[in-house]
Design a protein around this ligand. Structure first.
Ligand code: S3P
Length: 235
């Protein structure tokens, strides 16, 4: 795994943790509102993108809640002329209910089952940028699937727990944001963060440090990393 390193800004931290909007999160416009302004310094350049991404059919973004998977993924997809797919959004569309509703009505274990099924189907698509939910790599089956899907790079968007919580809190200030059930208890969330970190690292083809980066900067760093990497045949 390669690592692009930067350091960090400070954000105010609070503890209410919604994520997106309405039937859940997921319209792109809702998500950009929730994550604050994300000026796009990445105009679409499909020609150079084709050159850049030789051998890559899917870019998967992983990382804890608040790592910027959705906002970065959307920018990256726009730039490449690819489709952006958000795993939570896919689950919500299939279920006709929000992630918090699924958690409260059927429990997290059921959510994980739905998540694995949705992931398998998204990984069947080409020329897509996929944002995973923060907990997806906890499941062994998901990790194996990611590792075994050819022509797929997995990018770990990393940041400290404090920064991630602060970003989620800022998103939560948006009334249209959908709650993140797994941030309700911050002690438990921190334990999950430490438990997941090695999984994120293990499945990642590349790690991008995001603390001082905007989503646009992160998207650019991903492209720069992929540009300098060997063509992908798997990972
Ligand atoms: C979760 C992360 C969420 C969503 C669900 C559970 C987690 O996705 O899948 O609320 O356990 O970390 P994001 O990482 O996109 O917020």
């Amino acid at each position: 795994m390669s690592t692009a390193t930067l350091t960090e800004p400070t954000h105010p931290a609070t503890h209410s943790m919604p994520k997106d909007s309405s039937l859940g999160k997921p319209t792109p416009s809702d998500r950009s509102r929730a994550e604050g302004p994300t000026p796009c310094s990445l105009p679409p350049h499909p020609d150079s993108a084709i050159q850049t991404l030789r051998g890559i059919d899917r870019i998967v973004l992983t990382g804890f809640m608040g790592s910027g998977k959705t906002s970065t993924g959307r920018l990256l997809a726009e730039h490449l002329g690819w489709r952006f797919l958000d795993l939570d959004h896919e689950i919500e569309m299939r279920q006709h209910r929000s992630v918090p509703q699924i958690f409260s009505e059927d429990g997290e274990a059921h959510f994980r089952h739905l998540e694995s099924a949705a992931l398998a189907s998204l990984l069947g698509q080409r020329q897509v940028v996929i944002a995973l939910g923060g907990g997806a790599p906890e499941e062994l089956g998901n990790r194996l699937l990611l590792e075994q899907t050819p022509h797929t790079v997995v990018i770990y968007l990393s940041a400290s727990f404090e920064i991630l919580v602060a970003r989620c809190a800022a998103q939560a200030a948006d009334p249209s944001a959908t709650a993140r059930p797994n941030l309700a208890d911050l002690n438990l969330a921190e334990r999950r963060f430490h438990h997941r970190h090695p999984h994120y690292q293990r499945i990642a083809t590349h790690c991008i440090e995001t603390e001082k980066r905007t989503p646009a900067d992160t998207a650019e760093a991903i492209l720069a990393t992929l540009r300098s990497a060997a063509p992908a045949t798997g990972h």
